[in-house]
Design a protein around this ligand. Sequence first.
Ligand code: IMP
Ligand code: MG
Length: 186
Amino acid sequence: MEFDDVADDIERVVVTPEDIDRRLIEMARQLETDLSGETPLLIGVLTGAVTMMADFARHLRIPVTMDWMALSSYGNNTESSGQVVVIKDLTENVSGRHVVIVEDIIDSGNTLSWLLGHLENRGAASIKILTLLRKPDAMVVDVPVDYVGFDIPNDFVVGYGLDYAGRYRHLRGVGVLKPAVYGGEA
Ligand code: IMP
Ligand code: MG
């Protein structure tokens, strides 16, 4: 889906499909260099990271394996808490593996902070974190992020895997949702 198709719902464009493509290529070259010959296990958190994983992995010119987790965080609807429940666990054994967590967005950092501890406990040899987007002003837990595509303002965004009420994940770029769409002020 293109921005033109959702022109009534999007307040402004944050990242274009061209920006994303260019940045993913840069990040892929950098990760390849930093891994120095290791075959990493890429771990994606469902569902938001599906788009990022599919595009990023295809830019890589080294062998990788992939695995997925589905997580849910307790707490009220609008704020994530540090309490995370595993809905779908990994299939692969992470013990001794060089793990790269591939994320769509880091907001509070709560989910990622929990995931880091979880993978450390399971004996990962190393853990790198790669994300397309980060909201520095929203971070409440300090998570060491190795690769950031774009730092963005603390607005609610959709597209490129990110949803509102399950919608907009298939928008090619990332944009700020009009508050009117989710019942806020116009
Ligand atoms: P946190 O870092 O634990 O706060 O949670 C990050 C998760 O919240 C992401 O994986 C998204 O699923 C979701 N999220 C955070 N900010 C946004 C946004 O602006 N739009 C859509 N989803 C978001
Ligand atoms: Mg997510």
